[in-house]
Design a protein around this ligand. Structure first.
Ligand SMILES: Nc1nc2c(ncn2[C@@H]2O[C@H](COP(=O)(O)OP(=O)(O)O)[C@@H](O)[C@H]2O)c(=O)[nH]1
Ligand SMILES: [Mg+2]
Length: 355
């Protein structure tokens, strides 16, 4: 899963990226289109507790990839976002949109003043305009395809035309595609398209130290808003762990906002974790919410999906309450589930398979 960090120049994207990844990319750089990518562990106290219970040789957390995408500045205009940048954006599963709220006269704002709502709307409009261009191109292609009469079934083409006309109407009103409810079938039709305004967004208000959270409504589907202090988070992330711990205690912070942000972005993408446990390894795996047991098994290995027989399942809460696998088994809480079982967040799975 890949999340793109976007926002105007000087909003704090690279600062946030450094905080997330403990990297030391130079900040304050503008005018360069470039992408830095890093894989980040999803903090999860359940993994820590399972590790304490099973004392495995190895512990592996779930992962999310973050990409610091520079180059968007709200000025793409009528021609849309250009080649490489658009390519990078299209590949993302969702976005972290950094919006500047901090005042700092040493950091010039590209639009002259700090105004979070204006900046947020500007980026949304840029995505909307870009999608509109893509939809218009698609509609032209579909009209041609229909005229030619060869290839795909006419009814299929008509359904697509109907959907893209609806998209066109939405975008023409300066509205996000995210806010347009779609049927499961329509979602399927769109699998190959990377419309930017359809991707889930976590808006990050980047505050200065001690700044009060601005009152903010961003009421859209598949969207969330969090506030954090990117610079402070970066400074904490770059401390050695014991010093970071002391620092957090001193400020009375129970957990860096960053951890919460990582988990929120994971939720936003409609993902959940399940676990595998044992003396060798305790590991968190990622699957979509609503995934069946064989699908989840497929995350571990395709052989486990193909040869799936049954899954032994115990919930995280049951395991913790009862104190161990044998206890869970003794109390009948270790269930045998078949191929239609819908995996729940926190399930501990052992896949029985035959290949
Ligand atoms: N005062 C203050 N400065 C920040 C904060 N976040 C970023 N900056 C500064 O703003 C400038 C731009 O940050 P950077 O992360 O490079 O922004 P980017 O262009 O979006 O990647 C740098 O000089 C940062 O030190 C913050 O929360 N408070
Ligand atoms: Mg940057």
């Amino acid at each position: 899963m890949k999340l793109g960090i976007i926002g105007l120049p000087q909003s704090g994207k690279t600062t946030l990226f450094n905080a997330l990844t403990r990297a030391t990319q130079p900040t304050g750089i503008t005018g360069k289109i470039e992408v830095h990518t890093a894989v980040v562990d999803v903090p999860d106290s359940r993994v820590d507790k399972l590790t304490a219970m099973f004392q495995p040789k190895k512990t592996i957390y779930a992962k999310v990839t973050y990409a610091d995408i520079a180059g968007l500045d709200g000025s793409a205009g009528k021609s849309g976002i250009s080649g490489t940048l658009l390519n990078n954006l299209t590949q993302m599963d969702g976005f972290i949109h950094v919006v500047r709220c901090f005042e700092d006269e040493n950091v010039p704002h590209p639009n002259g003043s700090v105004d979070a709502l204006r900046d947020l709307a500007a980026m949304d409009s840029e995505f909307i305009l870009n999608d509109l261009i893509a939809v218009e191109r698609r509609l032209e292609k579909l009209a041609e395809e229909k005229k030619k009469g060869a290839g795909r079934d006419k009814a299929v083409i008509d359904r697509e035309i109907e959907l893209f006309n609806r998209f066109h109407e939405q975008l023409s009103q300066d509205k996000l595609l995210r806010d347009l409810p779609l049927s499961a079938e329509e979602e399927k039709m769109l699998a190959g398209f990377g419309f930017l305004s359809r991707k889930p967004v976590l808006v990050v208000m980047n505050l200065s130290e001690g700044q009060k959270e601005p009152v903010f409504t961003y009421d859209h589907a598949h969207s969330q808003v969090v506030a954090l202090q990117a610079k402070l988070e970066m400074d904490i992330a770059q401390l050695p762990p014991d010093e970071a711990e002391m620092f957090l205690q001193e400020y009375g912070i129970t957990e860096p906002s960053l951890n919460r942000m990582i988990r929120l972005s994971y939720d936003l993408l409609g993902l959940q974790s399940f676990f595998t446990v044992g003396p060798d390894e305790v590991r968190a795996w990622t699957t979509r919410r609503g995934a069946t047991a064989p699908e989840a098994a497929g995350e571990i290995h395709t052989d486990l999906q193909k040869g799936f027989i049954r899954a032994e399942v115990v919930s995280y809460d049951d395991l913790m309450t009862l104190g161990g696998m044998n206890e869970a088994k003794g109390k009948g809480r270790l269930r045998l589930e078949g191929k239609d079982y819908i995996v729940a967040d926190g399930d501990i799975l052992n896949i029985r398979f035959n290949i």
